[in-house]
Write a protein that binds this ligand. Structure first.
Ligand SMILES: [Mg+2]
Ligand SMILES: [Zn+2]
Length: 192
């Protein structure tokens, strides 16, 4: 069987788990409704599932890289128990305004596309056939820099204190620019 070359590239905080701010313990991890069904559907359709996450909490010394990795293994295991395999969790530990080993301007912190290109090299991804889901503008811009086929700006109105937009559909394309907006993770299944 020809290996699949498309990926579902997921931001972590605000897409997989509720962004309570620098989450790094299982006790603080609330999975966002729909994430497992979206990933299961994507896996079934041949997408590799890859996490790409900015973790400036490491540069800020809120938690160590080892703590981050331990938490990542825990998250990956939570997916594994639901039959979903996370191919890799890529992270950027840097922040340009911090001091110390991780305090510099890197090329992996989103909106820069370094993590995407690393995943592309490792898994020989076809980025134009891939989908990126993130809850912030840096994710959208990162996806645009990397020329990812479908970019989804996801914000669950129940989780984000966003302006109320009661009449917009769950998923729609922003025509002026080339990305989608989604209010639920399940609705993204339609793009697979
Ligand atoms: Mg996020
Ligand atoms: Zn970085």
């Amino acid at each position: 069987m020809k290996p699949s070359r498309k990926a579902l590239l997921l931001d972590r905080d605000g897409v997989i788990n509720v962004n309570h701010g620098y989450v790094h313990h299982p006790e603080d991890c609330d999975f966002i409704p729909g994430i497992f069904s979206l990933c299961a559907a994507a896996q079934k359709r041949g997408y590799r599932i890859i996490i790409v996450t900015n973790q400036s909490g490491i540069a800020r010394r809120y938690y160590s890289r080892a703590q981050f990795h331990a938490f990542s293994r825990w998250i990956e295991h939570a997916f594994f128990t639901r039959g979903i395999s996370i191919q890799q969790t890529l992270h950027c530990p840097h922040h340009p305004k911090e001091s110390g080993a991780f305090g510099f301007q890197c090329c992996c912190r989103k909106p820069r596309a370094g993590m995407i290109f690393r995943a592309q090299r490792r898994f020989h991804l076809n980025l134009s056939q891939s989908i990126m889901v993130g809850d912030s503008w840096s994710d959208v811009r990162c996806g645009q820099h990397a020329k990812i086929g479908k970019i989804v700006h996801f914000q669950d109105p129940l989780l984000v204190k966003a302006q109320s937009t009661p009449f917009t559909p769950n998923l729609y394309k922003v025509r002026s620019r080339d990305y989608y907006r989604a209010k639920s993770l399940r609705s993204i299944t339609r793009l697979l």
